[in-house]
Design a protein around this ligand. Sequence first.
Ligand SMILES: NC(=O)c1ccc[n+]([C@@H]2O[C@H](COP(=O)([O-])OP(=O)(O)OC[C@H]3O[C@@H](n4cnc5c(N)ncnc54)[C@H](O)[C@@H]3O)[C@@H](O)[C@H]2O)c1
Length: 318
Amino acid sequence: MNVLVTGGNGFVGRELVRRLLAAGEVLPGQGPLTRLTVVDMSGEGLPADPRLHVVCGSIAEPAVLGEALVAPPQLVFHLASIPGGAAERNYALGLQVNLLATLELFERLRAQGLCPRVVFTSTIAVYGSPLPALVDDASPMKPGLSYGAHKLVGEILLEDYSRRGWLDGRTLRLPGIVARPPQPSGLLSAFMSDVFWKLAAGEPFTCPVSADAVAWWMSVGCCADNLLHAARLSAEQVRERRDYTLPVLRLSMAELVEGLVQRFGEDRRALVRYQADEGLEAAFGRLPPLDAGAAEALGFRHDGSIAALIRHALGGRD
Ligand SMILES: NC(=O)c1ccc[n+]([C@@H]2O[C@H](COP(=O)([O-])OP(=O)(O)OC[C@H]3O[C@@H](n4cnc5c(N)ncnc54)[C@H](O)[C@@H]3O)[C@@H](O)[C@H]2O)c1
């Protein structure tokens, strides 16, 4: 079968691509993976595999999208996206990639007439802020950033294209995923990943939120598992509902640090200094309980334990 991953050379995409190449059959009963097309701004660092076809360029360019769809896919993971902060700074770019290119992708898939499965990565940013005391499957969506607004429109479009029988869509709303390799990403939430790498390496870490700050956590490995799980659900299983907010581990910074101390040694405790920034604390450190009942009922999972979160976040497998 042919699979397309947009944004397949990003943080989550690389993990997903690794798993797709390692899977015998991606979808049960659909035969082995014959072609995996990745479209991204760069293909640098992707594995060498005869099944892998890399298309470099922007999905906002018609010719690039055309090349990515030369072999009509039966399964699409649509991950390519401009992050929230960058999309807020550059409205035109965010609109072009996060919304207009998403619509164009759906249109071209419709024209191919194969009704492919489409797994779309949305975000908990669709809920906006402040969050209610409990987030659940009935919580209202009121995005506070253009990024969240464009993702929400993508969700609605995917629902409508699925209702019409043109696509077989599944939307997953992701929380912050860890542990993104240390690099100047400009992401305000970078500290949520840095804490893993710093303490693993035995380096000092100044935490910009308090020890009591509570966040939602999911590892990149667990995220890739959930994306594959979404693809493997039958059309029947998603007929009633196609949008899922994923279950998470809800942990305080102190609990996470304790887990890292347990994993890497008592000496790590003294490496952490808390210097809370009120803005970051408000944005990332006061997340309420999340009831992801609809996703759990269909078999989506969080990491399971702090120890597993740490293992998976740093690239380990069970
Ligand atoms: N990682 C998270 O914490 C998180 C949280 C919520 C939602 N998400 C969503 O999950 C998806 C994957 O996230 P990620 O962390 O891997 O993001 P990422 O930024 O690491 O990867 C996205 C990839 O998309 C590519 N891309 C950007 N614009 C493109 C364009 N015009 N054409 C082609 N490729 C383009 C980038 O080069 C990058 O490789 C995204 O849709 C993101 O919005 C991620």
